[in-house]
Design a protein around this ligand. Structure first.
Ligand SMILES: Nc1nc2c(ncn2[C@@H]2O[C@H](COP(=O)(O)OP(=O)(O)OP(=O)(O)O)[C@@H](O)[C@H]2O)c(=O)[nH]1
Ligand SMILES: [Mg+2]
Length: 435
């Protein structure tokens, strides 16, 4: 499987259902009062960050996503059902960009965090809404608002508190599978891990996310092995667990070489606190462990950014030393969380439903064009697109609104006259005489 950390997709929210034009049927009354119900709102397309995912691969194979339409309103004041939202789960650490202008829409950093990326269209109002003293039997209803449509670019920068780095086959995946819920592939050949794996670790009451990073080798920054493109995923981690393999001969040398690789990728990365872990103690003898201890302390502990002076010896297979390792990791994380914002907070708050929020109709601009006026504004554009242009009543209502909110006054100030056009979004109206 190819590791997908970028994808481009199209999303389309559901259209709002049209409002209904209908009149009550009653005995002996030719035409009863209007009773056309409202159309349902269209569903929105929503992203939700999920800590159990670690690639965007689903979005590489499927590129189009839609939410359901709202149903039409019906007679007897029956409302159309709202369209269902489409919730797309993405890994925590997904950045969402609007492809049309490359603007960052959101950086999904919290597990459970949701964002509406394409808003469903508002359901149109049925004719029962348009009764007034001067309009007793309105023969028009609003159309449903089209759902938003967007082209998005997704980019993944995984967010983990801890990243396990080291040469191939030192036992990084074995460790993450022992301490977390992650179940990566483990094998005795180099570069078994091709994409970072994430796992949630729980020590007492503290939860944190650990990433198992593919093996690095000397020259990785020049593209050797799997290269260093994965290192961008550890830019946001707090701590690096630098793992060495006790069965290798030149541990100190390997350790320094990897730190140099980190530094050639980013000085920031090289400065991150590291916990040094020497794995596979079950395959060696205590004399060798003593030798390694001496070698590290003789040279003064860490070469870069390190905090812990002495390596922790573990066996990811037998479990030896794992508790000591987990408790030092937890202490370190709690210490760092005091100064930084915790990244893995599950967000339980309900997302804000923009359907409930109608934009302010008084917020608009009027500009002169060569044959009339261009009127812009969220609400006025929404009303225009929802106007049923085949019904005089609908068009008249639009003119009434323009008068009420002051658009006509503006146009008259700018010498609006009969024959002028009024452009609002995709719709076009004719300037009328004021009565
Ligand atoms: N004896 C012993 N073998 C271990 C230990 N930890 C891992 N191994 C073995 O080492 C080999 C490599 O383990 P992995 O966990 O796949 O190593 P890795 O660091 O993830 O390797 P890459 O993904 O290729 O970078 C496997 O055969 C493991 O069974 C350990 O504590 N003791
Ligand atoms: Mg591995």
């Amino acid at each position: 499987m190819h590791f997908a950390d970028e994808a481009e997709i199209k999303v389309k929210a559901g259209d709002g259902g049209h409002g209904c034009t209908s009149f009550r049927r009653e005995k002996y009354i030719a035409r009863g009062g209007p009773d056309g119900g409202n159309g349902g709102n269209g569903g929105s397309v929503i992203f939700e960050a999920d800590v159990n995912l670690n690639t965007l691969v689903n979005f590489v194979s499927k590129k189009h996503y839609e939410a359901k339409k709202g149903l039409y309103g019906q007679g007897r004041n029956k409302f159309g059902t709202h369209g269902d939202d489409t919730i797309l789960k993405v890994p925590v650490g997904t950045l969402v960009y609007d492809k049309s202008n490359n603007d960052l829409i959101v950086d999904l950093t919290k597990n459970g965090q949701q964002i509406i990326v394409a808003r469903g269209g508002l359901g149109g109002k049925g004719n029962a809404n348009f009764v007034s003293s001067v309009r007793r039997s309105p023969d028009f209803a609003e159309l449903g608002e089209p759902g938003e449509e967007k082209e998005l670019k997704l980019e993944l920068k995984l967010i983990a508190d801890v990243a396990i780095i080291g040469y191939p086959s030192v036992g990084k995946s074995t460790l993450i599978s022992r301490i977390s819920n992650a179940r990566p592939k483990i094998a005795d050949y180099p570069f078994t891990t091709l994409i970072p794996n994430l796992g949630v670790v729980k020590v007492d009451t503290t939860d944190f996310v650990v990433a198992d990073i593919p093996g690095l080798i000397e020259g990785a920054h020049e593209g050797k092995g799997l290269g260093i493109e994965f290192l961008k995923h550890i830019e946001r981690t707090k701590i690096l667990v630098h793992m060495l393999d006790v069965t290798h001969e030149e541990l100190r040398d390997e350790y320094e070489k990897l730190n140099i690789e980190l530094e050639s990728y980013s000085k920031e990365l090289a400065k991150k606190p590291q916990i040094l872990v020497v794995n596979k103690v079950d395959s060696t003898i205590s004399e060798i462990i003593d030798e390694i201890k001496k070698e590290f302390s003789a040279r003064g502990g860490f070469a870069t950014g390190g905090k812990k002076e002495k390596p922790i010896f573990i066996s990811a297979v037998t479990g030896e030393g794992i508790d000591e390792f987990l408790y030092s990791l937890k202490d370190e994380i709690l210490e760092l969380r005091k100064t930084q914002n915790p990244k893995l907070k599950t967000q339980k708050k309900k997302i804000f439903r923009p359907h409930l929020e109608i934009p302010d109709a008084k917020k608009y601009t009027v500009e002169k064009t060569n044959d009339g006026f261009l009127v812009s504004g969220k609400r006025i554009e929404q009303l225009a697109i929802m106007t049923d242009m085949s019904k005089r009543g609908g068009i008249y209502r639009m003119h009434d609104i323009m008068k009420k909110v002051g658009i006509y006054r503006e146009m008259i100030k700018m010498e609006g006259k009969l024959g002028n056009k009024i452009y609002i979004g995709e719709r076009e109206f004719d300037f009328k005489e004021m009565d």
